[in-house]
Write a protein that binds this ligand. Structure first.
Ligand code: FPP
Length: 258
């Protein structure tokens, strides 16, 4: 994912004038609490959460959102009980296999960011198949962040640049925001305009630490399995009522928009 010059994300002045964000990122939180409140196993919350994923994907495409990034599994989530991790991996695999037709019908390209080599082999294979099958779709990019950690992403970008310097291919003075962004996962993806987190939690939790620099944050009180189309639209409405200044004054913004 990428920023523009001086770290102000590309096209933000145009997005300020449009009600629909170009890129929405979502931290899908509250599956476990939703299940606990119903005396159900946590995995049932994740299963219901997968249904919400389908709704959000279809609705995003319908609304003309160009990029949708979902935080499906963090590097820290590997420390959850092995049975829960295994169930989530099965759920991802099933999702990738069962949603392929829907993705193709809606011209959606599936992508993944994260330390994908840590995923079980069969999940890696399903991911590769789904990515290959949808690679030519240009209606919307659905980006699954799996085995993803923002700090790891930044550290691996720094490592790659350090190797290039060591080999004499790069001078440290050449390292700027754009060059650094180019080393992150998905360098062509514009920064998120909007971050939604469900279940009333107000944390970023190691998600897109670099890319969220100028994102508007909307917190929904609803647990992810109950996150409805109406609640999604309410979050988007809250985004469209925000004034994004990117460190500028109101007068400067007015000039940019003329
Ligand atoms: C956070 O809720 C959610 C996760 C760690 C997993 C997200 C996975 C899904 C929504 C399943 C389907 C996803 C795809 C892409 C098919 P939590 O378990 O931390 O909830 P809690 O904070 O209430 O315990």
């Amino acid at each position: 994912m990428n920023g523009g010059s001086n770290g102000v994300p590309r096209s933000n002045f145009t997005s300020a004038a449009t009600p629909v964000p170009r890129h929405v990122a979502i931290i899908m939180d509250g599956n476990g609490r939703w299940a606990r409140a119903r005396h159900l196993p946590r995995v049932e919350g994740h299963r219901r959460g997968a249904k919400t994923v389908r709704m959000v994907v279809e609705e995003s495409r319908r609304l003309g959102i160009r990029y949708l990034t979902l935080f499906a599994f963090s590097t820290e989530n590997w420390n959850r009980p092995p049975t829960e991790v295994a169930a989530l991996m099965q759920l991802f695999k099933r999702y990738l296999e069962s949603e392929m037709d829907l993705l193709l019908k809606n011209q959606i390209r599936l992508r993944a960011i994260g330390d994908l080599a840590r995923l079980p082999q069969d999940v890696q294979e399903s991911l590769a198949q789904c990515q290959a099958a949808t690679a030519d779709q240009r209606g919307m990019d659905l980006i699954l962040a799996v085995s993803y950690g923002g700090r790891e992403e930044i550290a691996s970008a720094a490592r790659r640049l350090a190797h290039a310097v060591q080999k004499g291919e790069l001078d440290p003075s050449q390292i700027d925001i754009n060059l650094f962004s180019g080393q992150l996962y998905g360098p062509d993806i514009p920064d998120p305009d909007l971050l939604i987190r469900t279940s009333d939690e107000c944390r970023i939790s190691n998600f897109l630490l670099w890319q969220l620099a100028y994102a508007e944050i909307v917190v929904s009180p609803v647990f992810w399995p109950e996150f409805s189309k109406d609640e999604y639209l309410r979050c988007l409405e809250r985004f469209s009522s925000r004034i994004r200044r990117f460190g500028l004054t109101d007068e400067q913004l007015a000039e940019f928009r003329q």
